[in-house]
Design a protein around this ligand. Structure first.
Ligand code: PLP
Length: 282
């Protein structure tokens, strides 16, 4: 694989980062994953804007312009012959003497690499996911997409140990989001419910697109918190993220939703999302 590091395209084994990089020592870095369909980027604009917001919230300089970033993404897709999957991007505050305070003149590190994934034909889209609930023990600024992903990794391991696919995190009795996705239910009267935006969750780029498409398709959307009990009694549930698009959830803490098969609203939203993603990818 050819990866991009600070201005250079290199074979992955030749790419090196300092042991003093603050991304490594302090998780002082942010990231994005943009999906790729037919060799083209899905919602690049949304991901680039959220990247800038994450950097701004952390007073971290952006080493690339919007146009440069697009060019790097395209070059990497071309050099790796990527048809379907994603581009992972990470920017850290760079190498500096180890000090909790930020360095006065940071030299950010930027890394991009491609990921091969079958997103459009994922078997989980047909069978649906099983999720468990766990306590949300992450820090309080989940709206910033930092590389501090240890608790979500622990959550994935807890899900695996329980024979499930993922974990939905619960804070003060209500669901925040999945370990790496936004969480939704569909009420028995057909309303799509997902938690409102705040610092408690990541402002998903797929979430924004899917909610807009749901409203355009005359579906009713309610942005409010919901409990695990409400989710277990819902007609349907699903998740969204750049690497899963819309994927149905069919079991929550052992309780089967409906007849245990992916629901019609989740299936329809997945189709609508994929059609638009394909048509608008750049
Ligand atoms: N929530 C969390 C915690 C995530 O890590 C992610 C994606 O990585 C999402 C939600 C979904 O965001 P997006 O749709 O922008 O991929």
């Amino acid at each position: 694989r050819i990866v991009y590091v600070n201005g250079e395209y290199l074979p992955e084994e030749d790419a090196k980062i300092s042991v003093f990089d603050r991304g490594f020592l302090f998780a002082d870095g942010v990231y994005e994953v943009t999906s790729v369909l037919n060799g083209k980027l899905v919602d690049f604009d949304g991901h680039a804007k959220r990247l800038q917001r994450s950097l701004d919230e952390l007073d971290m300089p952006n080493p690339v312009t919007f146009e440069e970033l697009l060019e790097i993404n395209r070059e990497l897709i071309a050099r790796n012959g990527l048809e379907e999957g994603g581009v992972y991007l990470q920017i850290t505050r760079g190498a500096a003497d180890r000090d909790f305070a930020y360095p006065a003149n940071p030299k950010p590190t930027i890394v991009l690499f491609t990921l091969v994934m079958n997103i459009s034909g994922s078997p989980k889209a047909e069978t649906g996911l099983k999720v468990i609930s766990i306590e949300d023990q992450r820090w309080g600024r989940r709206d910033i997409k930092t590389v501090q992903l240890l608790y979500p990794s622990m959550g994935k391991m807890m899900a695996k140990a329980a024979g499930a696919d993922d974990a939905w995190m619960v804070e003060e009795g209500v669901v925040t989001e999945g370990t790496s996705n936004n969480a939704y239910i569909v009420t028995r009267d057909g309303k799509i419910v997902t938690r409102q935006l705040s610092n408690a969750i990541l402002h998903g780029i797929t979430r924004a697109a899917v909610l807009r498409m749901a409203e355009e398709a005359q579906m009713v959307v309610e942005e409010r918190p919901f409990t695990i009990e409400e989710a277990q009694n819902a007609a349907e549930a699903f998740i969204t993220s750049a690497t899963t698009f819309v994927t149905p959830v069919v079991e929550i803490d052992g309780a089967t939703l409906g007849d245990g098969a992916p629901g019609p609203i989740a299936k329809r939203l997945r189709e609508i999302y994929m059609d638009e993603a394909r048509a608008k990818a750049i």
